[in-house]
Design a protein around this ligand. Sequence first.
Ligand code: FNR
Length: 375
Amino acid sequence: YLQGLADVVPPFSTDGTRLDDLVRERLEPGPYGYVAGGAGSGDTMRNNREALRRWQIVPRMLTGATDRDLRTSVLGTSMPAPIMLAPVGVQSIVHPEGELATARAAAELGLPMVMSTASSHTIEEVAAANGSGPRWFQLYWPNENEVAVSILDRAKAAGFTTLVVTLDTWTLAWRPHDLDQSYLPFIRGVGTAIPFSDPAFCAPLAASPAEDLNMAVLRWVGMFTGTDRRWDDLPFLREHWDGPIVLKGIQHVADARRAAEAGMDGIVVSNHGGRQVDGAIGSLDALPGIVAAVGDRLAVLFDSGVRTGADVLKALALGAQAVLVGRPYVYGLALGGQDGVKHVLRSLLAELDLAMALSGHSSLDQLTPDSLTHL
Ligand code: FNR
């Protein structure tokens, strides 16, 4: 599976630590810190990994796991394995082709990509790069309804089937890496391709974003940070999006229940990769209680801290229908563009397949909490 990559970068494994080392050498401190860093002390990021380590696989033998089938379908989207690309904004800070390279790699593998509102390319450009690949759209819910509706309409027209509404980033967290480097991509106009190409966003501007970047950035930052949306506002999204809706950033069982009561289709159990609340629960530790409470009513997806095939297996065993990965594929993008993204994801797929095989599981439905022990 290393074929084709040798010319681009030295072969790298999906091991999170090793990828991180390589990327640190490759990127400037600003972009590196933005991608790799977490909120505050970094405890939540560490808790994510710790939680994954404390749940451990108990392998079974002589089960005939010689042929595996990892195919699945989530909310009507088929995928070759229960792995999706988490929405990650401003990808052009690590590679000039940014989300376009990611969209092409995802399509090559048939893995669903979740496109971020904070992308460095427009909805239409990313859809074109993704071609017939499966794609979902992630919304940072702006506090102006006309802009929200316009963005949703564009996403729908461009073939995005499911809406992922991220709730945990209604304002940006305290992120020491970025503060130390005075590095915030949005202030420089990075990650603004969607609003700046949006007619509803641009209509009230006295000059186009190209003519007056500062003014446009101010409008964008004002619209997408410090937003005040409540559970009562969810029917508005339902009214303007006719596909499935997934709430991302759920950690509390009570919020999972509210999502179900609000008629949502799914949730992503996620703490944004430890980038928002410092000192928070490891995301995997939040998963079992949530699955017990709403697993029969909602599609429950998982992210935050997934680095290996074993990590994916653990989340699936605890009831996640699919797992999203963030930084690993962004590291692949930084190291090798489209080939780099593909390489990281193929490695993860191969590792998951082997983890299934060697622990005695030939199908996803055989993965249950009984496949694990908790230390
Ligand atoms: C993110 N994440 C994110 N989430 C989202 O809903 N919209 C976004 O624009 C972004 N942007 C973003 C940028 C960067 C650089 C990172 C690292 C992450 C969060 C992302 O979707 C996901 O929840 C985490 O990345 C999962 O954790 P891991 O896999 O990175 O540990």
